[in-house]
Design a protein around this ligand. Structure first.
Ligand code: UDP
Ligand code: MG
Length: 328
């Protein structure tokens, strides 16, 4: 196979990113110059409410390698990425943030490992998270450790994000997954294949502001946990078992006490403790069950993960040419 005989699709979800897109394109042009004939860029507009779509359409007019998948509304980054992966046509696909926190120059290194060393997935590993606040670093680190402890089948590499290069066959595998709860980092790791990490320092956002707050991140973390582990569901059997054992011992203690020292009427405090404790635990475990049932509800409805308003740019032209060819 010819050395240049492959294409790379950059899949870039954008949500209210009007101020970031031009810088992004300029940086790609500069830093990925060696790949310029093999690169295509797929923006997924995730229901932006600012001028993001207009800006991308201006880019499309100037740059024939750019496509736009316009979603019908904001579906979230995971859904936007799912849409991008489903449409990307390259031999390798690189999901990337538009804010340049995923340094484009690293893609050259990804490609080298993919082409020369035969890896199917090359993922970026952040060496330092100095661009993140201490709280974000602490919570993110805690999440990865907890996730990997309770998820028996899928381990996500710590400090790896969505920024990675995936061979076509990895992306095909992920595209086949029918689930609606798309925790992409988990799905990427689940796919397996031959994977290797490449370290990089994660810079600050180039323009605009983050689209995630702690509430969104918390829910994101729950999605990840509940989609990849049934541990929270099972743990209650063990908690229940321990509580039952302790209650049994306590019961024996009370019986012995009654036999030796006689009947003891005032038991209000201990009764209340036991009732409240058990009641709380039951509510908690029902809540956890609810998390799973809620997710099952979401899955059985079989609603699509995203809705597309339209496809524009290079892919639209390719589709049009293909359908005209068919007619002729
Ligand atoms: N994003 C998206 N949909 C959303 C939220 C974010 O497509 O609902 C995109 C956003 O435009 C950016 C990427 O996801 O390209 C990463 O977002 P951000 O930089 O805000 O996340 P952070 O780096 O702060 O974790
Ligand atoms: Mg960012």
């Amino acid at each position: 196979m010819n050395e240049k005989d492959f294409t790379i699709s950059l899949v870039v979800p954008v949500y209210n990113e009007e101020e970031s897109i031009d810088t992004f394109i300029a940086t790609i042009d500069k830093e990925l110059e060696p790949l310029k004939d093999q690169l295509e860029i797929v923006f997924v507009n995730d229901g932006s409410r600012d001028r993001t779509r207009d800006v991308v359409e201006q880019v499309i007019e100037k740059d024939p390698r750019v496509s736009l998948i316009n979603l019908a509304r904001n579906f979230g980054k995971e859904a936007a990425m799912t849409a991008g992966l489903a449409h990307a046509r390259g031999d390798a696909i690189v999901p990337m943030d538009v804010d340049l926190q995923d340094p484009p120059a690293l893609v050259l290194e990804f490609v080298k490992k993919w082409r020369e060393e035969g890896y199917d997935t090359v993922y970026g590993v952040r060496t330092d998270r100095n661009a993140d606040t201490p709280l974000k670093r602490l919570t993110a680190g805690g999440f990865y450790r907890f996730f990997n402890a309770v998820s028996t089948t899928t381990k996500i590499p710590e400090n790896a994000g969505d920024f990675r290069l995936m061979d076509r066959r990895v992306v095909d595998a992920i595209n086949q997954l029918p689930e609606r709860n798309r925790f992409m980092k988990g799905l990427f790791a689940w796919a397996g294949f031959r994977a290797v990490g490449v370290t990089y320092a994660r810079p600050e956002r180039a323009a605009g502001t983050t689209k995630f707050n702690y509430w969104k991140l918390w829910n994101f973390a729950l999605d990840g946990l509940f989609s990849f582990s049934s541990w929270p569901l099972r743990v209650w059997s063990y908690v229940g078992g321990c509580v039952a054992a302790i209650s049994f011992l306590y019961m024996i203690f009370i019986i012995l006490k009654v036999l030796t020292t006689g009947v003891d009427i005032p038991g209000y405090a201990s009764m209340m403790c036991v009732i409240l404790f058990l009641g709380g635990m039951q509510l908690l475990s029902i809540g956890i069950m609810g998390e799973y049932i809620g997710r099952m509800f979401l899955e059985v409805k079989q609603r699509p993960v995203f809705l597309i308003e339209g496809v524009y740019g290079q892919y639209a032209r390719q589709d049009k040419a293909a359908s005209e060819e068919k007619k002729a």
